[in-house]
Design a protein around this ligand. Structure first.
Ligand SMILES: C[S@@+](CC[C@H](N)C(=O)[O-])C[C@H]1O[C@@H](n2cnc3c(N)ncnc32)[C@H](O)[C@@H]1O
Length: 188
């Protein structure tokens, strides 16, 4: 994710932790009560902790451990043969160069979960012409939640220069209507 100027080193493994209000904003529009959720890039569980307040069960995995233990160490970008059977995948994935890791995360998430998939990505992520299969041409793409407040990736209130949004895919192909655009912020 673009949170610092390119002359600075990026965090190892793209560990940028998500302030709780960001996940709460998603859940206001897409509740996960009674769902089984997989957080596959769990980091230090800032997102998982908010999900656990509502979901029936939250399964955590990551390629690395930063303190909080995960249910498993799992490289989400490798074509593993097995994965947990869940009703939702929700995460803030690593973005990678040119957002390539983020695109792969979206593709694998949609393959591995036929229910709700919600990814926190940059606000223009859906503009790429290599991503039309995820958005314009994808009948599961249901909503984009534009975050009207900027996220502090340093968790100290200092915000970056990048806008972000939640991208949400749902279980059933959408009706013959366009996906919706919603708005959310720290307090609404
Ligand atoms: C942007 S952080 C998000 C952390 C957490 N979801 C949050 O929002 O607080 C990205 C996380 O992805 C993990 N990660 C990077 N590559 C991965 C991969 N191939 N498979 C699984 N996790 C990966 C990193 O270790 C890091 O914890």
């Amino acid at each position: 994710m673009t949170v610092v100027a390119s002359k600075y080193a990026r965090a190892e493994n793209d560990l940028y932790q998500t302030e709780p209000w960001v996940t709460e904003a998603l859940l206001r529009h897409f509740p996960v009560d009674w769902m089984t959720v997989w957080e596959p890039a769990a980091g230090n569980h800032l997102m998982a902790d908010v999900l656990k307040e509502k979901a029936d069960n939250v399964y955590t995995s990551d390629i690395a451990v930063y303190g909080r233990p995960h249910d498993s160490i799992y490289d989400f970008l490798k074509p593993h043969g097995v994965w947990p059977d869940v009703s939702a995948i929700i995460t803030n994935p690593p973005y990678g160069k040119g957002n390539r890791q983020a695109r792969l995360f979206a593709e694998y998430a949609l393959t591995r979960c036929k229910g709700l998939v919600a990814l926190l990505l940059t606000a223009k992520f859906d503009f790429g012409n290599t991503r039309t299969h995820l958005f314009r041409d994808n009948p599961r793409f249901a909503a984009k939640i534009n975050l009207v407040d900027r996220i502090s990736w340093t968790l100290d209130g200092v915000t970056g220069t990048e806008d972000h949004a939640w991208y949400v895919w749902t279980e059933k192909p959408r009706l013959p209507r366009a996906p919706v655009i919603l708005y959310a912020g720290r307090s609404q």
